[in-house]
Ligand binder design. Structure first.
Ligand code: GDP
Length: 460
């Protein structure tokens, strides 16, 4: 059967030989790309901060952005990207919240930054997941004003500071900048900054962030303090002499770029032009490389297509490599077969497709227990599928990770467990030990994330 063939082929990564063009330096002296997600509680100031950074550093002029917006609209994808970047954008104001994962670009001294803004509204956590999946590092924006920081830390499922921090860590993001924003509201109080740092740092620690990979920075996005240069307000510069946000971004470690493995490009977004029948798949290359003319397989449907052109940072390029965030325009394929949640890969190395999986999960703060038969929403990279818990195999000890109980009947908050899920439709997945990008999963139910985990076995 087709799937068995696929799995056999997928298991033969060892035979894969990358070609020369994949490694050649495309643009001498160009900056390397860093995908930076901005996450945090609703109203913490993510859009304001992104808008500010773009305004101060972005290479895209307002006129150009209007043009992009117009093009995006013509392509039938008005909500895509750019629009939010203008702080005077009336469209964003009217809509009130950023809908999709917005993408924007600016340069720091060391990096070409791709900024992934994600909506803080509770209903849009799945979009936030999409942003986090592509991130090499994240800025966690925290609202310092009295009561707001506390709301973001609420343990009852509404505190998105907590939820976002847990999610990005479980997606493998290790480096995080905590931007303590709106300090102007509290008179740039060092005491408030220290209070937030004290309370949040132990939580971040419990999520698995190493103290050495977390940088704390006091800012005001509205008053432009400490963003791209040292603060001009003595109430802040009086006690803070550390790096400004831009320099902190430059101090991040560059991510690993693995071009020696076959292509994996999880599709985050699809842009279609109805009139011309063209289709572009957007997302970050997890591994491998592509160039114009490359043949790719569009999974899970398994149809072939050819790369017509590649766009990166809103300009054309001929080659894209692991780590690059791109829009790949495809030809020779019915645009209906290219869907967000799919994956582009090499024809000889298709990613596995499955409907039944074993997962090792950590259960979050849930109100009602997970049972055999529980219906959940299964999320993996950008794919989302209805699923059912079909088995609860074991409970694991939180410290040792060893089986502490076999076949428990229910699962409660904060427990670690191994379960089996059955999906309504097939998605591209791989065991986490073989491929991190396709092996990290989330379970959601009734609008909140109930568990995070990894795929330990692809059953069928
Ligand atoms: P998002 O939901 O996280 O994207 O938050 P927004 O960027 O939409 O900001 C929410 C509100 O907080 C807006 O009214 C902003 O003007 C305000 N805001 C953002 N940053 C600051 C800041 O540094 N200081 C103050 N005083 N207000 C801010």
């Amino acid at each position: 059967n087709k799937d068995t063939v696929n799995r056999k082929k997928a298991a033969s990564h060892a035979q894969y030989k990358p070609e020369k063009w994949m490694f050649l330096d495309q643009e001498q002296g160009s900056l390397s790309q860093l995908n930076l997600a901005i996450v945090g509680h609703v109203d913490s100031g993510k859009s304001t901060l992104s808008g500010r950074l773009l305004h101060l550093l972005g290479r895209i002029s307002k006129r150009e952005m209007h043009k992009y917006e117009k093009e995006a609209n013509e392509m039938g994808k008005g909500s895509f990207a750019y629009a939010w970047a203008m702080d005077e954008s009336s469209e964003e104001r009217e809509r009130g919240i950023t809908m999709t994962v917005a993408v924007a670009y600016f340069d720091s001294k060391k990096y070409r930054i791709v900024l992934l803004d994600s909506p803080g509204h509770k209903d849009f956590v799945p979009n936030m997941i999409s942003g986090a999946t592509q991130a090499d590092a994240a800025i966690l924006v925290v609202d310092a004003s009295i009561g707001s920081f506390e709301a973001g830390m609420d343990g009852n499922g509404v505190g998105q500071t907590r939820e976002h921090a847990q999610l990005i860590r479980s997606f493998g993001v290790e480096q995080i900048i905590v931007a303590v924003n709106k300090l102007d509201v509290v008179g740039y109080s060092k005491e408030r900054f220290d209070f937030i740092k004290l309370h949040l740092s132990s939580f971040l620690h419990s999520c698995g962030f190493k103290d050495s990979s977390v940088t704390w920075i006091p800012i005001s996005a509205v008053e432009n303090q400490n963003l791209v240069k040292a603060s001009s307000d003595v109430r802040l510069s009086g006690w803070y002499q550390g790096l400004c946000l831009l320099d902190v971004i430059d101090s991040l470690q560059p991510p690993l770029r693995d071009v020696s493995k076959p292509l994996i490009l999880p599709i985050c977004d699809v842009i279609k032009s109805q009139s011309m029948g063209q289709v572009a798949a957007c997302g970050k290359l997890e591994t491998g490389a592509i160039q114009n003319g490359s043949k790719v397989l569009v999974m899970p449907s398994g149809d072939l297509a050819m790369v017509r052109s590649i766009e990166r940072d809103s300009s054309r390029c001929s080659v894209a490599r692991a780590g690059d965030n791109v829009a790949v325009s495809l030809q020779g394929i019915d645009s209906g077969l290219v869907m967000p949640g799919g994956v582009l890969c090499y024809p000889d190395f298709p990613v596995p497709v499955a409907t039944r999986l074993e997962l090792k999960i950590i259960i979050l703060d849930i109100a009602s227990p997970i049972l055999i038969g529980s219906q959940v929403e299964f999320h993996i990279y950008h794919a989302k599928e209805a699923a059912r818990v079909v088995k609860i195999l074991s409970l694991l000890d939180q410290k040792t990770g060893k089986v502490s109980r076999v076949a428990p009947r229910i699962l409660k908050a904060k427990q670690n467990a191994v379960i089996e899920v059955a999906l309504d439709r097939a998605v591209c997945v791989e065991e986490y030990s073989k491929c991190r990008a396709l092996g990290r999963a989330f379970l959601r139910s009734l609008g909140s994330t109930i568990a995070v985990g990894v795929v330990t076995r692809v059953i069928e």
